[in-house]
Design a protein around this ligand. Structure first.
Ligand SMILES: Nc1ncnc2c1ncn2[C@@H]1O[C@H](COP(=O)(O)OP(=O)(O)O)[C@@H](O)[C@H]1O
Ligand SMILES: CC(=O)N[C@@H](CCC(=O)OP(=O)(O)O)C(=O)O
Length: 299
């Protein structure tokens, strides 16, 4: 390396450190819930970079909690088994057989893959779902839609799709005081004895709300909320977000995601961020740099 190149590298590294350290202090002792979506998974290098970020958060005395999805992975397992995937209002219609596959893929293979990746970074991750430690109880989801032909409201029967109704933070509080990092699959029991499949965004929102998390990060496959010209919007208020839904700028899968963000803010989460999980180390860049990486939604 030439002297000039060496000097440039030094000032670049010093700049990053000087920027990151105050942010690291800001998050010390605070809870950050990270929702790791199925679309952000699949690439080993990216998975390792994600696991490294989570490990570094714990080492920086932040309390990270991972809630993961796995929609595409469930779809491919259902396909292999010859079971049809059906969605209504963005949620997977879940009969008994589908529920068994969902639990196997989410609470089984995906959960343990993420645990293993974090543990390979020298940390102590522990794989859980809503059933463990009575953490989350769900009830059958009541999703209402307006029929486009008759304009009459009807309730969809989605089978074993649930919505979280009770979150008990005892186990999570215990883990926060330990070396353990919880990695949670969005599957929960009902008081009726059934097992329910919960949309991972909704589940992460409920966990973050019950803990009054400082940040809830959603890792998806776009840089954040995009405006009409496809440009990233770095910061939104609740009012801005509602206006973008109303005028159609926010559509499709982004609608329930942003609605979950708004609900989480209502429930006491300080800030919610939508980020591109396909960008390596996006979690660290978001939390520990001045400009962050995605769209921050605040009250
Ligand atoms: N204004 C918008 N900004 C960004 N993404 C949007 C917007 N409106 C709709 N979308 C869509 O929302 C998708 C993200 O939602 P979704 O597919 O449900 O995410 P995930 O599966 O990661 O939970 C994006 O890939 C994009 O196609
Ligand atoms: C009820 C419902 O739709 N559950 C989702 C749970 C997984 C999920 O939400 O995964 P992503 O975050 O990767 O989309 C499903 O069965 O696909």
């Amino acid at each position: 390396m030439t002297d000039q190149a060496e000097t440039d590298r030094f000032s670049h590294d010093a700049g990053i450190l000087a920027q990151a350290l105050p942010y690291m202090q800001r998050y010390e002792g605070k809870t950050v819930v990270v929702k790791y979506g199925g679309h952000a998974m699949g690439d080993l290098k990216l998975g390792q970079a994600f696991a490294r970020d989570i490990a570094l958060l714990k080492q920086s005395k932040v309390n990270p909690i991972v809630v993961h999805g796995g929609g595409p992975q469930i779809a491919s397992m259902l396909k292999n088994l010859g079971i049809e995937s059906k969605f209504e209002g963005g949620l997977r219609v879940t009969d008994q057989r589908t529920m068994e596959v969902v639990e196997m893929v989410l609470a089984g293979s995906i959960n343990k893959e993420i645990v293993a990746l974090i543990n390979a970074e020298g940390e102590w991750a522990i794989g859980l779902c809503g059933k463990d430690g009575n953490m989350v109880f769900a009830r059958k989801a009541e999703k209402k839609v307006i029929d486009p032909n008759s304009h009459i409201e009807r309730v969809l029967d989605l089978g074993f799709v649930g919505e979280p109704v009770e979150v008990d933070r005892t186990l999570l509080d215990l883990l926060a005081r330990s070396e353990m990092i919880p990695v949670i699959a969005p599957v929960a029991p009902g008081r009726d004895g059934n097992t329910y499949n919960i949309n991972a965004d909704t589940f992460a929102g409920a966990i973050a709300g019950s803990l009054g998390a400082k940040r809830l990060l959603f890792l998806t496959d776009v840089p954040g909320v995009l405006d009409k010209d496809g440009k990233l919007i770095p910061e939104l208020t609740v009012r801005d977000a509602k206006a973008l839904i109303a005028d159609g700028t926010i559509s499709g899968g982004m609608i329930p995601k942003v609605e979950t963000c708004l609900e989480a803010l209502d429930n006491g989460v300080e800030g919610v961020v939508i980020l591109n999980g396909k960008q390596p180390h996006v979690v660290l860049v978001e939390l520990f740099t001045e400009f962050g990486a995605g769209t921050l939604i605040v009250r």
